[in-house]
Ligand binder design. Structure first.
Ligand code: MN
Length: 706
């Protein structure tokens, strides 16, 4: 029965093309022999019905043939080669396209996810004809959905509502969209569906009476004006009623106050003429007049819309459009492939406003344009959770990791695509199922900047390194700051509060936060001297006692080495002997003779006795020597200050001061004093030892003095 029905519906194409369709039908019947559907029908019934849906849309023979073969690769042993041999490359490509889509599993998910699935779908189809066949396939599946298990019905209905109906809408295929939506709605919301349906039939007579009266009045108006127009009541779609109720939170009864009329005429100017006549005779509702002729919707839809108040106070929605616009409204993109030899679809049906007037491109260019808009140069991949994400073409697995989550990107260890480990540079292709192995901690490297292609991932990698660098410098600056505070005696322990000093610096400088100060210190923008000066507060501040050493370090103290004065000598820094100290000379390799304290442990322990030589001070002189002194103290507040004050009173310059605190309450204070000779040191030592808090005073740890 059905092949003849199909052929009869193909009367819009030349009879020669019928043979090809018969061949395709026989080919499919042979391969699908003995297969049945859940309804018990032979499988070929499904193929015929899908082809019939497309024939009713006056689709090209190639599409009809491909639709008859659309399940052959998935469900039978038929090969690509057999299809190519029998029906050519185009048919094979279309069948393969549909097969590829059949293999995608769409888990139901959020609206954003659904949108990505739709885009993936478009991208994978790569040919809008594939989607047209797929939509027809889905339409027939929805018509026969009640043969399936309830859970399967729900899954397919949901997928239809989330993916297929919106796709049909986007492609302007209104009639398929409505039917898909109503079919899915009847499965997913059975009670609401039944309720709306019964309300519609209850009110049918009333509604028909109102609509019919209106239609007749409008027809009379058209007749008077001499305009040819087809005026009819407009069917309401269950799902759109349901959505209106849900979205607007209105009662069913209110909704049924809305009636619809459609007027189809011959020319655009008549459309506007009719609109004017209607507004002359009925009061239009404000804000309800829409001119989609001048401004078509993105899916090519064109029409004039208005809502008027009818004779009995009902609101009536009116659509006015030409026959061509109506065809596009119903069939959208499919109208483009309508078989052109058929008279019923005039040349004008192709002459769509969006083609020539807006884009000024040939139809083929338009389709290309539409495709690239739809595909958006994106690649769509599946995440481990089954979500689809879109990335720009050329994106790598590393980009995908960053797209999933910044953390996943930063901790990227290895990428897995379709079950196999891939190199980090792997370029993604549509439909890839990816997984990312992660490290425990972020471990990006700068080379990644050459691997990622997305701005987002690049920014994340850069900001990671910036942040890391900043953290490092912040830490370094803080440590340095504490060291300075310790060194100059502002604080005695590292755990002491440094906030007051930060406040002082902030008050005296342009740095507005501790972080600013730390970073400036680590950058050497804020020198130690500057920090010290800024930290000073009250006049008795310890820094008042600190001066740049005025000691003139004697590179060549006047020393007799083995009775000679002409020998190059220098003071050893391990023991820093002062004039008056017993000394000895040590002959170094290339640096003359080092003058050590005679009790210097370093020289006694480690040096070569054979290189030692006698040395003595020739006379006392007025130069001073930088001398390190180590004080063992019992720590208390202001001790360092008191010590420095005492030394100052003795006119001793201190060029450095630092404190190390020990857990037992003891502390060591390290001072660098400028001392002229041994007697001076002894004098200071005696004065300082009067402090109860000072337990011990030593000149230099390497001098074994008693
Ligand atoms: Mn199918």
């Amino acid at each position: 029965m059905s092949i003849d029905t199909l052929i009869a519906l193909c009367d819009y194409m030349p009879p020669a093309d019928h043979n090809l369709i018969r061949q395709a039908h026989a080919f499919a019947s042979m391969h699908h022999a003995n297969q049945t559907r859940h309804s018990g029908d032979p499988y070929t019934v499904h193929l015929e019905q899908v082809a019939i849906i497309l024939a009713k849309l006056h689709q090209h023979p190639t599409i009809i043939v491909a639709s008859l073969l659309h399940d052959i690769l998935e469900d039978t042993t038929c090969t690509d080669a057999a299809i190519q041999e029998g029906f050519g490359d185009t048919v094979l490509a279309l069948v393969k396209g549909v097969t590829k889509l059949a293999r995608i599993n769409f888990p139901s998910s959020s609206e954003q996810q659904a949108e990505n699935f739709r885009r993936l779908f478009m991208a994978m189809a790569n040919d809008i004809r594939v989607i047209i066949i797929k939509l027809a396939d889905r339409l027939h599946n929805m018509r026969t959905i009640h043969h399936l298990r309830p859970d399967k019905q729900r899954r397919i209905a949901k997928e239809t509502l989330e993916i297929y109906a919106p796709l049909a809408h986007r492609l302007g295929m209104g009639s398929i969209k409505w039917e898909l939506e109503d079919g899915a709605f009847s499965v997913l919301h059975r009670d609401d569906f039944v309720h709306i349906k019964s309300l519609i039939s209850e009110k049918r007579h009333e509604r028909e009476a109102i609509v019919d009266t209106m239609c007749q009045t409008v027809r009379d108006l058209m007749h008077e004006a001499g305009i040819e127009a087809d005026v009819s009541g407009r069917p309401k779609h269950f799902y759109s009623i349901y959505k209106k109720i849900k979205v607007n939170k209105i009662e069913f009864s209110q909704l049924f106050d809305l009636y619809g009329i459609r007027i189809i005429t011959d020319t655009v100017s008549h459309c506007y003429h009719i609109l004017g006549m209607i507004h002359t005779n009925y009061k239009p509702v404000e804000g309800r007049i829409k001119d989609y002729i001048a401004l078509p919707k993105s899916n090519m839809y064109q029409s004039l819309h208005t809502t008027v108040i009818g004779s009995k106070g009902h609101r009536i929605e009116i659509q006015i459009r030409t026959q061509e616009m109506h065809t596009v409204a119903e069939h959208g993109i499919a109208a483009h492939w309508m078989y052109k030899q058929k008279k019923k679809v005039s040349k004008n049906a192709m002459d769509l406003v969006w083609l020539n007037h807006i884009l000024e491109e040939s139809p083929d260019q338009f389709i290309e344009n539409l495709k690239s808009n739809l595909y958006n140069d994106d690649v769509f991949i599946f995440t481990p959770k089954g979500d689809v994400i879109a990335l720009p073409k050329g994106a790598t697995i590393l980009d995908a990791a960053f797209k999933i989550h910044t953390d996943v990107g930063l901790r990227f260890k290895a990428g897995i695509v379709n079950g196999r480990i891939v190199p980090i540079q792997y370029v993604l292709v549509n439909g890839d199922q990816i997984d990312i192995h992660q490290r425990r901690n972020p471990q990006p490297n700068l080379g990644w900047l050459d691997i990622v292609t997305t701005r987002f991932a690049k920014a994340k990698i850069k900001s990671f390194f910036k942040r890391q660098d900043a953290e490092l410098r912040l830490h370094l600056g803080e440590t340095t700051f504490k060291k300075i505070l310790l060194k100059y005696g502002f604080i005695q322990t590292k755990k002491q509060d440094i906030a007051p000093f930060l406040e002082r610096i902030q008050a005296k400088t342009n740095y507005r936060s501790p972080a600013d100060i730390f970073i400036a210190i680590s950058n050497k923008e804020l020198s130690d001297d500057l920090v010290v000066k800024a930290c000073k507060d009250d006049p008795l501040d310890v820094t008042d006692f600190l001066h740049k050493s005025s000691a003139k370090r004697m590179d060549r103290p006047l020393i007799l080495v083995d009775g000679e004065t002409d020998i190059e000598t220098h003071i050893a820094q391990c023991c820093q002997p002062l004039p008056g100290d017993p000394i000895l000379g040590y002959i170094t390799r290339g640096f003359g003779v080092a003058i050590h304290h005679r009790h210097c442990r370093t020289v006694l322990k480690h040096k070569d006795m054979s290189r030692m030589t006698a040395a003595s001070w020739t006379y006392h002189h007025q130069d001073v020597y930088a001398t390190d002194i180590e004080l063992t103290v019992i720590d208390r507040p202001h001790l360092l200050k008191d010590i420095l004050q005492e030394l100052s009173a003795s006119r001793i310059n201190i060029s450095k001061a630092a404190t190390t605190l020990y857990k037992n309450g003891r502390a060591k204070i390290f001072l660098t004093c400028d001392i002229g000779q041994l007697d001076e040191y002894i004098h200071i030592k005696q004065r300082l030892l009067r402090f109860e808090d000072i337990v011990d005073i030593r000149r230099n740890s390497s001098v074994g003095e008693s």
